[in-house]
Write a protein that binds this ligand. Structure first.
Ligand SMILES: Nc1nc2c(ncn2[C@@H]2O[C@H](COP(=O)(O)OP(=O)(O)O)[C@@H](O)[C@H]2O)c(=O)[nH]1
Ligand SMILES: [Mg+2]
Length: 364
């Protein structure tokens, strides 16, 4: 390892120096701002970057006839796996350092920034949250970097939308439809909700399935309905649907299961709207698995623009690897969360969505 320090008036100038002197493979070991009297005297403050160049790497580039300027030609050395890991780690850090600095973040926030970005939160969004949290702290005179992490958590909870679970209005029938891609967990979740309201809360409920196309889809729901001893209807079109809802006018809640369609099929949204409009007042929950690519979830939300989505219900939290997508989704769509599901067990694996849960998953 060959170590050098570089100072300049800002990080991008210092990084440019590092690259010029040590080449693009230089590793950044530390960055700091040199806080001296110069700032108070009106002179520009300076920053310092400690960089290193890996000798084994220099050896390889020198063999190819090119080495970073001014460095002694080192002995060739083998690289073991541990070294490669370290290089990767430091380069990843370099990437984040540069990104964080280009977004105007301070050094002490790099750890927090990395954590947010690693969870899948967009870089701009992450830096905005840190910036805002910092301003809130200076407004309330709290200090220290752990204070900032807590402030970021609090802020994230505040800016996400939570609609609570399904709320009943006395004397009025509640109609809840689950929509979303095939395999997201609509039918399973519907069974969990139905169990909670009928068995635990002792409400009168009925189930209606609009998923009549796929073989066996109705059976899945009917088995759950039989176990819970609640009525279940199959509706092929809007006329059937209207009749089914009328038949169960005495129920507190009607749960509506739907089929998935390709997320690009915009026709589907219009079809469902036409069906739901025959009775009106249907609350729609978009069901999406937290493991699904963000882009697909986003498209699936857009697919239902005509219908209108009232709540977002995320499934398979037990299988998720990163949870920043929940935060991104909430801020992009402003659709409040209703429930999270956490496993395949009916009826246990469901909970009302909360900010605490999202935060604990992101910050584990
Ligand atoms: N691990 C896990 N699996 C789930 C969860 N919710 C549903 N599933 C599974 O996902 C698969 C598809 O569920 P299903 O309800 O049929 O999806 P639908 O096509 O949207 O109706 C089934 O194997 C479910 O058991 C969950 O929260 N966690
Ligand atoms: Mg289904």
């Amino acid at each position: 390892m060959h170590l050098r320090k570089f100072t300049a008036e800002n990080y991008s100038a210092a990084l440019a120096l590092v690259k010029r002197e040590l080449g693009g493979d230089a590793l950044i070991l530390n960055t700091r701002s040199l806080e001296d009297d110069s700032a108070r005297k009106g002179a520009a403050s300076r920053v310092e970057i400690t960089a290193a160049v890996d000798m084994s790497h220099v050896a390889r580039s020198s063999e190819m006839g090119r080495g970073p300027s001014g460095l002694p030609k080192p002995k060739p050395a083998g690289i073991d796996d541990e070294e490669i890991d370290l290089q990767l780690l430091v380069r990843t850090l370099l990437g984040k350092t540069e990104k964080a600095q280009s977004l105007g973040l301070k050094d002490q926030h790099l750890g927090l920034f990395s954590r947010l970005v690693d969870s899948g939160i967009g870089e701009k969004l992450a830096s905005k949250m840190i910036d805002r949290a910092q301003r809130e702290i200076s407004g309330s005179r709290k200090e220290g970097s752990s204070g900032e992490e807590i402030q970021v958590m609090e802020l994230m909870k505040r800016v996400m939308g939570f609609g609570g679970g399904i709320q009943l209005v006395p004397g009025k029938q509640k109609r809840v439809a689950l929509v979303g891609p095939t395999g997201a967990g609509k039918t399973t979740t519907l069974a969990k909700l139905a169990a909670d309201f009928s068995l635990r809360q002792k409400k009168k409920i009925a189930l209606i399935s609009l998923d009549t196309f796929r073989l066996g889809a109705f059976d899945q729901l009917r088995i759950y309905a039989d176990i819970m001893k609640v009525p279940v209807e199959m509706a092929f079109d809007k006329n059937d649907f209207w009749k089914a809802v009328k038949k169960h006018a005495d129920k507190d809640i009607v749960f509506i299961d739907t089929m998935g369609r390709n997320h690009r099929d915009l026709e589907y949204s219009r079809d469902l709207k036409e069906i739901f409009d025959t009775v009106g007042g249907v609350e729609t929950h978009l069901v999406a698995s937290v493991g699904t690519q963000e882009k697909i979830i986003q498209q699936s939300w857009r697919q239902f623009a005509d219908l209108g989505i009232h709540r977002a219900l995320f499934t398979k939290m037990d299988e998720g690897l990163s949870f920043g997508s929940l935060f991104n989704f909430s801020l992009r769509t402003r659709v409040p969360f209703s429930y999270f599901t956490t496993g395949q067990r009916v009826p246990e694996d469901i909970e009302v969505a909360s900010g605490n849960r999202v935060i604990s998953l992101i910050f584990n």
